[in-house]
Ligand binder design. Structure first.
Ligand code: ZN
Length: 573
């Protein structure tokens, strides 16, 4: 006879996690010991004694042994389909600390050249002169065409600098691109030359285009492998959600196809939100956007919990380190940056930017716009608010990067959200702040560099803030992001940069979890560990609320669970 008090079999959990320090990120930031999961969803959270009875015969029990568990991390702005292809086996990884010298890079090229047929491309990414031994010893020593020619004369080679703004190529690549010592510099680019006018093998900005155009496109099979590898690697970092901001038609189709092929095999392990690059990269203009709506069937929040179209991505200005983000107050060199939208004057460019926002808003797509300069941010937030005032819907438009949002604008945006119930958000990159804070002082002066990414001002105003890596700009790791937001110390020198803009660990965790879920229109199903939500977890070896914040980057990821399934296991629990 079955006792009336026993839970029906169907209510038993399929997994319980016990003995944990569980940072739920619910409204009270409560910290229970145990969680029960059924069919990929959380069915209970509480004390061990409350959760253990939910385990039945077939239930898997995971003993967290005192480890800390967080909601699965959400990288809300990155370019995973690009990042996926920038690493081995697709590209040579020439980033520091993998590479510490030109000699290290040459060794990699030798190895690759022995494995691929003559004539096939050798492509790499990530090198930084500031970290190459030979260049540090002698600043006049630059990576050269001869370095590569000596070891790979029969393979075209292109190695792009970490910033993407400079490439290092060999003679074979220059030959294929038709670049000779007589070729003039193209508009928007410069061909590197030695003192005697010979080609140096360095190509700046748009001068790289002629070489890049000769590289054959990746095949679908390569893209698929890259994407699945990338998701697996994100899982090793505790990431279960990300937004690929800038999916053109090809990437969009790739995500869809890989999803259809791999989901049932259990190889699709992240919740992916796509921001469509309508018209394609560098071609997003009024005409392209109007045209795109003829084929984009997607509207607001189209898709499911594993793959969806969140909205559209636009690009409004450049980046502060290159002084191309549009500012009210000029950079130290007296320039004030620019807009990249169409038009012959700044007024016309602003007009076309505003018009694009209007069209996307009217077509019921959320909008994320690359805007770093204070003046650009003023333009787009003003236009967002005008659109929402005239035609209100649950858009959650946001500023991508938000570097120099002014206090007045931040307060205006937050106040608008409170008054209308239509909040906007600021998407930020705390891990990048960590790496460039010293350098920014040379671009805008120490005072404005200290204000760069004003998270404290944003949160105090009541604005929404979501954090991210912008990979492949930087490795998609949330740990330096949280540490950086909490300490605002330079990675290289430890020098503080705007300590008055520091936020708490709790607040920083929110920027990577629940706030990201809100930005994805998914705050009811993910972003915190609460009954009814998806079982997406990240287990780490130490309590980040208690440890010295300088140790946050050293946290070890012990386990990652996505939709109730263990997708990464370090083998410790
Ligand atoms: Zn980006």
């Amino acid at each position: 006879m079955i006792s009336k008090r026993a839970a029906p079999v169907s209510l038993k959990a399929d997994t319980v996690l016990i003995n944990g320090n569980i940072i739920t990120v619910d409204d009270d930031f409560s910290i229970p010991q145990a969680v029960a999961v059924r069919d990929g969803k959380i069915v209970g959270a509480g004390k061990n004694a409350e959760i253990k009875p939910l385990a039945g015969k077939g239930t898997r029990t995971i003993d967290l042994k005192g480890a800390t568990m967080l909601p699965g991390m959400n990288d809300t702005h990155c370019h995973i389909s690009d990042w996926a292809l920038t690493r081995p086996p697709f590209m040579l990884e020439t980033r520091f600390p993998t590479v510490k010298s030109i000699a290290d890079i040459i060794k990699m090229v030798v190895d690759k050249a022995s494995k691929v047929k003559p004539g096939e491309w050798i492509i790499g990414e990530g090198w930084d002169e500031g970290y190459l031994k030979e260049c540090l010893a002698d600043p006049s020593r630059k990576p050269s065409r001869e370095d590569l020619d000596k070891v790979a004369p029969d393979h075209p080679v292109i190695l792009t600098e970490y910033s993407g703004h400079r490439s290092w190529v060999n003679s074979r690549a220059l030959e294929l691109a038709g670049i000779t010592r007589d070729t003039p510099d193209p508009v928007g680019g410069r061909i590197g030359r030695t003192g005697t006018g010979e080609l140096s093998g360095l190509l700046y900005e748009r001068a790289s285009m002629a070489v890049r155009e000769k590289i054959p496109p990746w095949s679908y099979e390569q893209r698929k492998t890259a994407l699945l590898n990338a998701m697996a690697e994100l899982n090793t970092l505790g990431i279960t959600s990300f937004t690929d901001a800038g999916t053109d038609r090809e990437k969009w189709a790739c995500y869809n196809d890989v999803y259809n092929e791999s989901f049932r095999e259990g190889r699709w392990t992240c919740r992916v939100n796509m921001l469509l690059m309508l018209g394609g990269f560098g071609k997003t203009n009024l005409e392209a956007i109007s045209e795109a709506y003829k084929y984009v069937g997607a509207r607001y929040n189209f898709g499911d919990d594993w793959l969806k179209v969140g909205g559209a991505k636009l690009v409004a200005d450049g980046i502060p380190p290159l002084k191309t983000a549009l500012m009210w107050k000029s950079y130290l060199d007296g320039t004030s940056g620019l807009l990249v939208t169409e038009g012959n004057t700044l007024e016309e460019q602003e007009q076309s930017l505003r018009e694009m926002i209007k069209i996307v808003h009217a077509n019921r797509m959320q909008i994320g716009i690359h805007s770093c300069g204070e003046r650009t941010i003023d333009i787009i937030t003003d236009q967002y608010m005008k659109c929402l005032e005239a035609d209100p819907w649950d858009a959650r438009h946001y500023v991508i990067h938000s570097d120099f949002a002014t206090p007045q604008t931040i307060r205006k945006v937050a106040e608008f959200g409170r008054r209308t119930g239509r909040s906007l958000a600021f998407n930020v990159q705390s891990p990048i702040k960590w790496t460039i804070s010293d350098f920014m002082a040379t671009v805008v002066g120490p005072e404005r560099a200290a204000y760069h990414w004003p998270l404290r001002t944003m949160l105090d105003a009541g604005a929404k803030v979501a954090n991210s890596s912008d990979a492949p700009v930087i490795y998609p790791d949330w740990r330096p992001g949280i540490q950086g937001a909490v300490l605002r110390e330079s990675k290289a020198t430890g020098k503080p940069s705007g300590p008055e803009q520091c936020i708490t660990v709790q607040e920083a965790i929110r920027t990577y979890t629940i706030n990201g879920a809100w930005l994805d229109h998914k705050e009811n199903t993910k972003g915190s560990i609460e009954p009814g939500k998806q079982a997406d977890f990240c287990v780490v070896d130490n309590d980040l609320l208690a440890i010295d914040p300088h140790k946050i980057v050293d946290l070890k990821i012990l386990m990652t669970i996505s939709g109730g399934r263990v997708v990464y296991d370090a083998g410790v629990l």
